[in-house]
Design a protein. Structure first.
Length: 162
């Protein structure tokens, strides 16, 4: 599994851990009624292993870009990466750095930056990542139509800046 996909998913996980300024009231389930809610529902479901629920928030034709790779549908993501991303989120720690949510009529955007740490192949890692999500509002609420994930290794950046 690529670290950048999993790290980028973690960007949204901060919503599930209470770091969001626009989180729903305690006890309330996130819904697809808002851009923030759709992002929240996707990641809470992914992190808790409710994979079919996570997939329900993705548009059938979602396009997911990550470090030059691409998945071109919900079915392809489900087949190729979904379970790996969920397992990775369960094994790593996440720190929210910043986010922005915007809406323009039936279009929406969720942007976030985060730090993620954990262990991969027996070695510790810390990455800083970014997520861009584009969403469309239809009759059944907001659906994610595009995700772009990217991340970089903090140690590599320190070496480059010296």
């Amino acid at each position: 599994m690529r670290i950048s996909t999993c790290a980028s998913l973690a960007a949204l996980l901060w919503v599930a851990t209470g770091a969001a300024s626009a989180e729903p009231p305690r006890g309330a389930e996130p819904t697809t009624a808002t851009v923030q809610g759709a992002a929240q529902l996707f990641l809470i479901s992914l992190a808790s292993g409710e994979l079919s629920r996570a997939l329900d928030v993705l548009d059938e034709k979602v396009v997911i870009y990550e470090s030059g790779a691409a998945e071109h549908s919900r079915a392809e993501y489900a087949r190729e990466h979904l379970a790996l991303d969920a397992a990775f989120l369960a094994r790593t720690k996440h720190k929210h750095l910043e986010h922005d949510v915007q809406e323009w009529g039936d279009r929406g955007m969720f942007l976030s930056r985060y730090e993620q740490s954990g262990e991969k192949d027996g070695k510790p890692f810390v990455v800083t990542g970014a997520t861009t999500m584009l969403l469309h509002k239809g009759d059944s609420g907001w659906r994610i139509t595009h995700i772009h994930w990217s991340s970089h290794d903090q140690e590599r950046l320190r070496c480059l800046s010296n």
